[in-house]
Design a protein around this ligand. Structure first.
Ligand code: ASP
Length: 343
């Protein structure tokens, strides 16, 4: 007889488990038992479900690298015991958490699916039930040869399964809240769940490894016409700064004004990493395509390819956390580590 799949649900908080405060009308997290009581369907699953709940569930706007470490450690501790993991998480920062976990969990051979909802589970029109039920089904899915179908960190939301580190939240009003403009859907749930096998990450035949060192001394410099020299210098010269995400125009372009190039050059000389990520949601950074990006390439700005902003933040924290030489750090940033960039 085939063994039942066992899935661990990890409840961090988010709208899915929130209730309206009677007095203020604010949405606040409530406990996990109350959440599962709202979904009696879970008992009908032919899957062994266990759960771990954060003692104090959080709105995901309070997400922090220390919580990513906690999540990675929960998965590490339970890795051998379960066939898959479903993380209930607020949608606001879900793409950041999915990206961070994708880097922290190396050689993953089991599914880690993040999901949540736009409406609390207690509301009749909630999207939370379908999201949770199908996320569990995906986490438990096996191939004909009894291997897990998914072996990466994903987001499941509104009938779509995405590679987590390719997503961003683009809509706060629609159930269809995420987009993955530079990578195809991994699966779509209709009457059946259709997997796009060609796009799934194949598991490495190496031992599962969890990385918990993250470095958050990083900043973002978003370009706009008229960005001042004073502000630029203040960011680049922040004491202790390790890296700056330069949010550029179009295909990775920036002003060619001398003061700007000089400021970047001097930061790079001091060992600060400048990581070029485009403000465009689709397309990629190609340094050298225009005159307005050739200067960046020349002074040693690292091109982010087609990485999302969310994934760039997570990748920087992960790579810097390794405390490698500057050369190795820059090489890792330019390498595709978990399917986060197309080269
Ligand atoms: N503010 C909520 C959160 O991210 C929104 C949601 O869950 O969709 O925790």
């Amino acid at each position: 007889m085939k063994k039942k799949s066992s899935i661990l649900l990890i409840y961090t908080g988010g709208t899915i488990g929130m209730m309206q405060d009677a007095r203020s009308g604010e949405l606040r997290p409530f406990n996990f038992k109350a959440l599962t009581a709202q979904i009696p369907e879970l008992e009908k699953f032919d899957i062994t479900l266990s759960s771990i709940s954060f003692e104090k569930p959080i709105d995901s706007s309070n997400m922090h690298p220390s919580v990513w470490i906690k999540l990675a450690e929960i998965i590490q501790k339970n890795y051998a015991k379960y066939d898959g993991f479903v993380i209930l998480h607020g949608s606001d920062t879900m793409s950041y958490t999915a990206s961070a976990l994708s880097f922290m969990l190396e050689n993953l051979a089991k599914p880690v699916i993040l999901t949540g909802s736009q409406l609390p589970i207690g509301i009749i029109r909630t999207d939370g039930k379908e999201n949770l039920i199908t996320a569990i089904e995906i986490a438990a899915a096996r191939t004909k040869t009894n291997k897990p179908v998914i072996t990466e960190v994903c987001i499941y939301f509104e009938y779509k399964l995405y590679r987590g580190n390719r997503t961003f939240k683009y809509n706060s009003a629609h159930f269809d809240a995420f987009k993955s403009p530079n990578y195809p859907l991994l699966a779509e749930a209709g009457v059946t769940i259709q997997y796009n096998d060609a796009y799934l990450l194949k598991p490495e035949k190496k031992a599962f490894k969890v990385h918990t060192a993250l470095e958050n001394d990083i900043a973002v410099l978003k370009l706009f016409p008229g960005l001042s020299k004073k502000i630029t210098l203040a960011i680049l010269n922040t004491p202790g700064i390790k890296a700056v995400i330069l949010e550029t125009f179009g295909a990775g372009n920036a002003t060619t004004e001398a003061w700007f190039t000089d400021a970047l050059t001097s930061a790079i000389k001091k060992g600060v990493i400048i990581y070029n990520v485009t403000q465009c949601l689709e397309g990629r950074v190609i340094q050298g395509m225009y005159e307005t990006s050739s200067h960046l390439k020349k002074i040693g700005v690292i091109g982010g390819e087609d990485i999302t902003f969310e994934s760039a933040v997570a990748k920087l924290m992960f790579v810097l956390g390794k405390k490698l030489s500057l050369k190795e750090t820059k090489a890792l940033l330019q390498k595709n580590l978990r399917g986060e960039i197309s080269l």
